[in-house]
Design a protein around this ligand. Structure first.
Ligand SMILES: C[S@@+](CC[C@H](N)C(=O)[O-])C[C@H]1O[C@@H](n2cnc3c(N)ncnc32)[C@H](O)[C@@H]1O
Length: 241
């Protein structure tokens, strides 16, 4: 079942997702940090640390949005991080942030689709995604193209929402995600659908073993999953051999 942001509008998931992120781009960072009480920042840092021993020199950040994961990846001291996204609005906010922080020479943000990456195969030492894969129109195609551009010996590190399974966190989280978060999101972003789409898309998205099975199907080996904060999010790692 495909969940789209604007159920009463025409257009495929990709087009609708790009429109939605264009609409909310100016409020995206603020809402991210407020709605997660800042934990999203800790999650990205933890994910980046998993690449510490690999010392990747060229990193691709897929669905980079306003560039937060790409910026965290600079902790690995790479030569360059390239971020791609289908939303020009999100990239514009990201570029302003990079200029403010004087990071333009270390991170390059490009318009690009995860399912049709314009890079040659075996190019990147690491390919990373935070909160992006859930939004892909065709998940398998996106993951397969990430695999294609990754160098043999390289790793992918993916952070995505998952579903807490245990009482009472499961109940508390469901209540917050379903009833509180959409209301705050709607008022602040002024987009009626974006923060209803968020819990709905998490609900139908594969997590844990189901997600690792798809990683393996497109070629990744030695896949593993680490739950974060009671399983609200998970980090997945896969290798190209
Ligand atoms: C929730 S944001 C995550 C942004 C950033 N990675 C972060 O952690 O804050 C999801 C992003 O995925 C992008 N996106 C969705 N589908 C995409 C695709 N097929 N190719 C590239 N980017 C995509 C959206 O435009 C949006 O900016």
């Amino acid at each position: 079942m495909t969940v789209v942001p604007y159920k009463d509008k025409e257009g495929g998931k990709k087009e609708q997702v790009a429109d939605m992120f264009n609409n909310i781009s100016k409020k995206y960072d603020l809402l991210n940090h407020v709605l997660s009480l800042g934990i999203d920042i800790v999650w990205r840092k933890k994910a980046v640390r998993l690449l510490k021993d690999d010392q990747p020199k060229l990193i691709l950040d897929i669905a980079t949005g306003t560039g937060d994961f790409a910026i965290e990846a600079l902790a690995l001291n790479p030569d360059k991080v390239i971020g791609v996204d289908i939303s020009e609005g999100m990239l514009a906010e990201g570029r302003k942030k990079l200029t403010r922080r004087k990071l333009d020479d270390r991170i390059e943000l490009q318009l690009g689709d995860s399912e049709k990456l314009l890079f040659e195969e075996n190019k990147f030492d690491a390919v990373i995604v935070s909160f992006g894969v859930r939004n892909f129109e065709n998940l398998e195609k996106g993951l397969a193209d990430m695999y294609r551009v990754l160098k043999p010996g390289g790793k992918t590190v993916i952070v995505e929402f998952s579903k807490p399974k245990k009482f009472p966190m499961k109940q508390a989280y469901n209540f917050y995600f379903k009833y509180i978060l959409p209301k705050i999101g709607k008022v602040v972003s002024k987009d009626n659908a974006a923060y209803t789409y968020l819990p709905e898309s998490v609900q139908v998205f594969p997590d844990g073993k189901a997600f690792m099975d798809i990683l393996e199907k497109v070629g990744f080996k030695n896949t593993r999953c680490k739950e974060l904060t009671f399983g609200i999010s998970s980090i997945y790692v896969g290798e190209k051999q």
